[in-house]
Design a protein. Structure first.
Length: 471
């Protein structure tokens, strides 16, 4: 449900933004949103750590410990975001961010107001996220997921309605904020009613010296989040600084297409995480290898199908989606497809490391890779424009994660050898090269790929979204 709403938002809202505002204003909105997105990093990766601690305390029926963790987390996520918000608003008031972002269509006053509203959304969303994660910790996952889905649906409906009425940036920013405030209020009321022993409204058990102990265990999660923020939002800001708002729209919409297949494949990998964790705990490497091979081949095969479709029919799909409001650039699309081809490989290889809590070196490497990617994207953009930015992203991934992630997986177990990865990658790369150069061989290539995939599939695998490997 949540994934369907997320995909629907990406597909439906972009044409509405372009219809309401045009490519120039929408590009400037994307730049402002990307700039504010960094404020979410003020949680420093501690949310995952806090929910793990709450889950442990609840499992032990230690209400005093649970209350202390919850109150401390909420207090931190109320005070720190507010302080950061005040500093951020002060800075943007005196230093015009429109100057280095090449924002020309939107006035300075509107830019400051929109940034302030979007930043206040972060202030609300961080404590709200802690409240929602309480449901996960107290074994009420379906209720928490339902509330998150409801918020996403409200956000989609509110934004779609406002854009259909062609409201401006400020009303749209307010509409985007409302679901966060409503859901936080509902979750606070519901949890206080169901769990009065937690005394959520008082926060009297908050202990800031205890909160300092959250920092060190959270840093590895923080590095992963920071790397993702640099890769996602940093490249948007680079496009805005080097090329301008129109190219930001082109870049973001093409990357949205690529991210759709990533979102779908992530569902497969995430469904397998608990099973990989279980097999690792049982030291059952044979079944672990079988499971990972199925996931990897599924991801690579889906990637081949997607890349083939968008290489040959991407222009038609893109124009149909955006009603020709944004010009299509086939070379840029092809570069994005190349980027996706290698990205899907190493991203899938990273999931076993995260599922087995061997992500410490991975997090540091991904952070370094994100910095390198931003630098290469900037240099490429300065010399080659938008194609150079995407080319810089490709080179950044090939320099580090493309080979380091499999190497780290090799460190987990010797079965993930060079021979293993060569066996998986040769059919993948060969299929892409053949389909790109001799497309009429598709009728031969795809059945061969299907057979290659079926060889990895054990007797039974899928049971209502949970992967299980059988003998």
């Amino acid at each position: 449900m949540g994934q369907a709403i997320n995909i629907a938002s990406k597909i439906l809202l972009v044409p509405l933004f372009l219809l309401a505002w045009g490519a120039d204003i929408y590009g400037e909105w994307l730049l402002l949103s990307s700039m504010v997105a960094y404020l979410a990093l003020t949680e420093m990766g501690s949310q995952l750590y806090i929910v793990n601690r709450m889950t442990q305390a609840y499992a032990q029926r230690n209400n005093d410990e649970f209350r202390k963790i919850l109150h401390t987390g909420l207090a931190l996520f109320l005070i720190i975001p507010v302080a950061v918000f005040i500093i951020f608003v002060t800075v943007i008031f005196f230093f015009n961010p429109a100057t280095f972002l090449h924002i020309n269509q939107t006035s300075h006053g509107t830019v400051v107001l929109v940034l302030a509203i979007l930043a206040f959304q972060i202030v609300v969303s961080l404590p709200q996220s802690i409240l929602l994660r309480v449901y996960f910790a107290v074994e009420m996952l379906p209720r928490g997921v339902m509330l998150i889905n409801f918020m996403q649906l409200m956000n989609l409906l509110f934004l779609a309605g406002g854009l259909w009425r062609r409201w401006g940036m400020v009303p749209i920013a307010i509409l985007q904020l409302i679901p966060y405030g409503l859901l936080a209020s509902v979750a606070l009321w519901d949890l206080n009613r169901k769990f009065p022993q937690f005394k959520i409204l008082s926060l009297r058990d908050a202990d800031f010296s205890f909160g300092l102990s959250f920092i060190n265990p959270s840093l590895h999660f923080f590095l992963v989040q920071l790397g993702q923020a640099f890769s996602l939002q940093g490249t948007v800001l680079v496009v805005g600084m080097v090329t301008g708002p129109i190219q930001v729209v082109l870049f973001s919409t093409m990357r949205t297409i690529v991210n759709l297949i990533r979102s779908c494949l992530d569902q497969l990998s995430h469904a397998a995480w608990p099973e990989m964790t279980r097999l690792d705990a049982q030291a059952d490497i044979d079944k672990f290898l079988v499971l990972f091979r199925v996931i990897l081949r599924s991801a690579l095969m889906a990637s081949v199908i997607f890349i083939t479709i968008f290489h040959f029919f991407g222009g038609f799909i893109y124009h149909f989606w955006l009603r020709k409001t944004v010009p299509f650039d086939q070379p840029v699309m092809d570069l994005f497809l190349i980027y996706m081809a290698q990205f899907i490989f190493w991203l899938t290889c990273s999931h076993p490391l995260q599922a087995t809590n061997r992500h410490h070196t991975l997090s540091k490497m991904l952070f370094a890779a994100s910095i390198l990617t931003i630098a290469l994207a900037y240099l490429g953009g300065r010399h080659l424009g938008l194609p150079g930015i995407v080319l810089g992203m490709i080179i950044g991934d090939l320099v580090l994660p493309f080979w380091v992630v499999p190497y780290l997986l090799r460190g987990y177990h010797a079965c993930f050898s060079f021979k293993f990865f060569a066996t998986e990658m040769v059919p993948y790369i060969g299929s892409l090269v053949i389909l790109a150069t001799i497309p009429w061989l598709a009728l031969i290539v795809f059945p061969l790929l299907l057979g290659w995939w079926l060889k990895a599939v054990p007797v039974g695998i899928l049971d209502l979204g949970r992967l299980r490997v059988f003998k």
